[in-house]
Design a protein around this ligand. Structure first.
Ligand code: VG1
Ligand code: CO
Length: 543
């Protein structure tokens, strides 16, 4: 085995964000860029020698090339085995499952998730731990520190290994196991859900449209929905993963999944619609003429999850990211379940799940999942919804009406202001951070501010502290807004404004969320001085 030590120098800006390192694809393709980061991953986890890793990605441009480089570096660093998805494909939840199933030391996932793909778009690399979950901050910090002092990386001199067919291969002393990306994941889903009940629902004429947005979930959805559950061909649309996602922006929200929204609001709409993101960990649920906000989806799953066989014993607890609406908390309180609030990003849920404190987790950004893996899981959420609908025999609209009647309706929306100049976004955040100190007690419209802070989180399991996780302003009636900067973008800053207000009067459950939230929106603009700092009055995307 011929290993070369390649001299290199640190490259600036290799700091992993909310979910791994994301940059423009051309940046990743630049000299030493990927190599420096991968070596820093191995160094940051105490070396790769003797270890087994899972490897796969969402199929975007550069995915296959990057996989070959990562395997050669794993071999050169003494790893004993890599389990790689055929053609280097794996959805994020499937990768998480394979890491756990094979009791490996972790995995490398190549994806920029919901960011567009292609030579001129985005690429990303992320490391997951042996529990299947994203590396926690102390580990990503160690990797980042390494990127700042790196002087060399190790590379095996070898030809590409053929990963186009399932089977055992070798690369130097590295054992390379090429696996079907879908099979193990689909089997896991069969253990969690009542496939017979869902099959019967579909056989009875219940129609589904699943938009894979030319990203990784296509093959998974076809296998599970069309093959194993008997949904007709064509249920899965945009089902072939393409390197540029066919030009689609694989972010499953009403703006980017507008084709699905049109279908669900058009004539002869299917009973159930869903979409997933680039790497398959997000989901959007839509009924005929009704959109389910992700926060409501989490709450509905919390209230009904026990109806699926995998959760029959009941849920240990539910966790949500801080900006996610408190709808799930209301369910947990009523059902006597533990509930937790964490910073944004799935990495914060891992300890709670490993410690058995929660079964179900969710984020307002179209992410829901459970302790079956340690990532959010788009198709899993779709199947849990289908299982629940099969048992309760309600339409999506009826499910929501029923839910709101029981728990009240948490009106919710997120407004994104994209590609703001970084200094302006920072100035807004700094000013707001100062402003919140004196806000409690002040009145805006009919509401008085009862609390305001820069959210900090102490992990209840390992005691680690995470500061500056978003500024929240809470009013006396429980309404609130949160402002934070995105940690997944690749150009400028994206400011996210999260808005929530509780309505308990059933006569007022049919408002447009933007109308129901109008006062909070106005207060947020006034308090944060959004126009003064950014020049923007209107968001680019509203979900
Ligand atoms: C966004 C979402 C966050 C999610 C993260 C990764 O992060 O807000 O909830 O966990 O993306 O999702 P940010 O920092 O841009 O707000 V995925 O599906 O892109 O890995
Ligand atoms: Co994703």
């Amino acid at each position: 085995m011929q290993v070369t030590t390649v001299q290199t120098t640190p490259i600036e800006g290799q700091k992993p964000g909310t979910s791994g390192l994301r940059k423009k694809t051309r940046v990743f393709m630049g000299r030493h860029y990927l190599e420096n980061f991968v070596q820093s991953i191995f160094d940051g986890i105490g070396g790769a020698a003797g270890k087994t890793f899972v490897l796969g990605g969402d199929g975007r441009f550069f995915n296959k090339r990057a996989a070959q480089v990562i395997m050669r570096m794993a071999a050169a660093n003494g790893a004993s085995r890599v389990i790689v998805g055929q053609n280097a494909l794996l959805s994020t939840p499937a990768a998480s499952h394979l890491i756990r199933l094979n009791r490996t030391d972790g995995g490398i996932i190549m994806s920029a998730s919901h960011n567009p793909g292609g030579e001129d778009e985005d690429f990303g690399v992320k490391f997951n731990m042996a529990n299947g979950g994203p590396a926690p901050e102390n580990v990503t910090n160690a990797m980042f520190d390494r990127t700042k002092s790196i002087t060399a990386y190790k590379m095996l001199e070898a030809q590409d290994v053929d990963i186009s067919k399932v089977g055992e291969k070798s690369l130097g002393d590295l054992r390379v196991t090429v696996v079907d990306p879908v099979a193990d994941y689909a089997d896991l889903m069969e253990t969690l859900f009542d496939f017979d009940a869902i099959r019967q629902l579909i056989a009875g004429g219940f129609s589904i449209s699943f938009d894979a947005m030319c990203a990784i979930t296509g093959p998974y959805a076809k296998e599970i929905l069309e093959k194993r559950l008997g949904a007709p061909d064509g249920t899965v649309v945009h089902g072939t993963p393409l390197p540029d996602f066919g030009g689609m922006h694989p972010d499953p929200n009403p703006t980017w999944a507008h084709e699905l929204m049109d279908r669900m609001n058009g004539p002869n709409a299917p009973d159930f619609g869903a979409a997933s993101d680039g790497d398959g960990d997000r989901n959007m649920i839509v009924g005929r003429n009704i959109y389910v906000s992700p926060s409501d989806s989490l709450a509905v799953l919390a209230a009904n999850g026990h109806l699926a066989p995998g959760y029959r014993a009941g849920l240990a607890g539910v966790a949500r990211s801080m900006p996610t609406s408190t709808a799930a908390d209301r369910v947990a309180e009523k059902m006597g379940m533990a509930h937790y609030e964490t910073p944004t990003g799935w990495k914060f849920f891992g300890n709670l799940m490993d410690d058995g404190r929660v079964t179900l987790c969710g984020e307002e950004s179209f992410g829901t999942g459970s302790d079956h893996v340690r990532e959010k899981d788009g198709l899993w959420a779709v199947l849990l919804w289908l299982n629940i609908l099969a048992v309760r025999k309600l339409s999506v609209a009826e499910m929501l009406q029923d839910h709101w009647a029981t728990y009240g309706r948490n009106y919710y929306s997120r407004h994104d202001f994209e590609a703001i100049e970084t200094d302006k976004a920072d100035a807004l955040m700094n000013a707001l951070r100062k402003r919140v100190e004196t806000l409690p007690g002040e009145t805006f419209g009919d509401r008085k501010v009862s609390a305001a802070d820069d959210y900090a989180y102490t992990d209840p399991v390992d005691g680690s502290l995470s500061n500056h996780q978003g500024i929240r302003v809470i009013f006396d009636d429980g309404a609130r807004f949160v402002i934070r900067l995105s940690g997944t973008g690749t150009s400028g800053a994206t400011m996210r404004l999260y808005l929530e207000a509780l309505e308990t009067d059933p006569a007022r459950f049919d408002q447009d969320p933007q109308d129901a939230l109008a006062d909070i929106i106005a207060s947020a603009h006034e308090i944060a001085q959004i126009k003064t700092h950014t020049g923007r009055e209107r968001p680019d995307v509203m979900t």
